[in-house]
Design a protein around this ligand. Structure first.
Ligand SMILES: *Cc1c(COP(=O)(O)O)cnc(C)c1O
Ligand SMILES: [Zn+2]
Length: 434
């Protein structure tokens, strides 16, 4: 039995509550680095730069990584562990093992939208049915290595589901905070895993502020998207790695990604850049598009008005998992979409509903309102000439429709039984189905 070989030592780093962090706790991560001014900080439970308050990101000393090494790994995100801030023995700690979800060739949806080569990356099949299991798995590893005693989050729903489930499996206490007006299925999907689901009378931005306050007061709490956010955010890179690997180690020409805080979009872009830098894919241009619902579209508004700043909004949309009025990574989304030649676009709640049904009836994939937003924005981008339908395109479905049933079960255009009939052939013929 040989010990994991990691050149970098993190010995002596202090975690939470005086916990001493072990060697190799964060894999090949070197430091926390400010996205704004580049100042580096020691790896720990920190998220804001002490010089300029900018967001901290993980900086690495990557080893040589080959396609063969990755392909020989497990069919989950840990096949990319050398590129994540996790220890080499990560697979031995109980976790939900998310990732390696289907990349579906979507010929029917493509035909409906007039797109020649379209793929759906279907992240609704993760353990708690959203892409959040990826980020939470990375945050859980950080919490464990930092000696945290409570695993927590403010959430628009899916994150709370993922945190509660991952904590249960890991045997760590969880406390999750949500806006009290959240869809009932998402509340149940958290409450079933934890006895500490806290519903807060306020919107997500209020819940987030409360979480920051608690994180500052209570020692030992790891808020996945607050004080361990740098580690959490890295989990979204695995979406980008998988898309490239599943395309046969190449990048798509265009990709459409939903935007809540904007973290996922910025990290998929970071993943593509890392794959190029590591020589795992060929360098080529690609366009990144962001999708929002009109009722919470601060990034789309900034994009369209040509501004560089994001003006916070009060969300009012059925796409609750995207309802962040003051998106932390909004300015970086703007920058990436502009510099790659993509765009940010938004659609109405009714268009979100219609896109959920369109995806379901063309590809057999039931998405939640976030995926409806993304597919609906893809449709609008083609219709408005902002996206080239002859180029290879990937659209990300980030969550499952069973969590937002009401979006298509009620309201205009609601789906339901085509007929309710007596159990005999005459009644069936009379219903006009055959
Ligand atoms: C959280 C979430 C997103 C977006 O996440 P950000 O990284 O905050 O932009 C997209 N889709 C679903 C279903 C989500 O739960
Ligand atoms: Zn800084």
């Amino acid at each position: 039995m040989s010990a994991p070989t990691i050149e970098r030592t993190t010995a002596g780093t202090t975690g939470q509550g005086g916990h001493v962090v072990r060697d190799g706790a964060f894999g090949h991560a070197r430091a926390l680095k400010c996205r704004e001014c580049g100042t580096e900080a020691e790896l720990g439970p920190h998220y804001a730069c002490l010089e300029c308050f900018g967001p901290l990101e993980i900086a690495y000393d990557f080893p040589t990584v080959t396609r063969e090494q990755i392909e020989a790994g497990p069919r989950n995100i840990w096949r990319y562990k050398a590129l994540l801030p996790v220890p080499d023995d990560i697979e031995t700690s109980p976790n939900t093992e998310p990732g390696f979800t289907r990349l579906l060739r979507a010929n029917n949806l493509g035909a409906a939208l007039g797109i020649e080569k379209l793929w759906v990356k279907d992240d609704s099949t993760n353990p708690t049915n959203s892409f959040k299991d990826r980020v939470v798995a990375c945050a859980l590893s950080a919490a464990r290595e930092l000696g945290s005693t409570v695993f927590a989050c403010p959430s628009t729903g899916n994150l709370a589901n993922a945190v509660a489930a991952a904590g249960a499996r890991a045997g760590i206490r969880t406390v999750v905070f949500i806006p009290s007006n959240l869809e009932q299925p998402k509340q149940v999907n958290s409450a079933v895993f934890t006895d500490s689901l806290v519903a807060v009378d306020g919107n997500y931005d209020d819940v987030n502020k409360l979480a920051s306050e608690i994180a500052g007061e209570e020692d030992g709490w790891a808020f996945v998207n607050v004080n361990v956010r740098p580690y959490y955010a890295e989990g979204s890179k695995t979406l980008g790695y998988e898309i490239a690997e599943q395309l046969g180690w190449r990048l798509p020409d265009q990709i459409v990604i939903p935007v809540a805080s904007g973290s996922q979009l910025t990290k998929v872009h970071k993943a593509f850049q890392e794959l190029i830098a590591l020589g795992l894919v060929e360098d080529k241009p690609y366009k990144v598009y962001g999708a929002q619902a009109t009722g919470c579209s601060p990034v789309s508004v900034a994009y369209k008005t040509g501004g560089d700043a994001i003006r916070p909004v009060k969300p009012d949309t059925i796409a609750k998992s995207l309802a962040i009025g003051n998106p932390a990574d909004g300015i970086y989304v703007l920058d990436i979409c502009r510099s790659t030649g993509g765009a940010v676009e938004d659609i109405t709640d009714q268009q979100v509903r219609e896109a959920i049904v369109l995806l379901a009836r063309t590809e057999g994939v039931f998405t939640e309102t976030a995926g409806g937003t993304t597919v609906g924005v893809l449709k609008k981008l083609v219709e408005t000439g902002q996206l080239d339908p002859t180029l290879e395109t990937v659209v990300i479905n980030t969550g499952h429709g069973l969590k937002t049933l009401d979006a298509v079960a009620t309201g205009p255009g609601a789906v339901s039984a085509a007929a309710t009939i007596a159990p005999n052939y005459g009644a069936f013929k009379a219903a006009g189905i055959a």
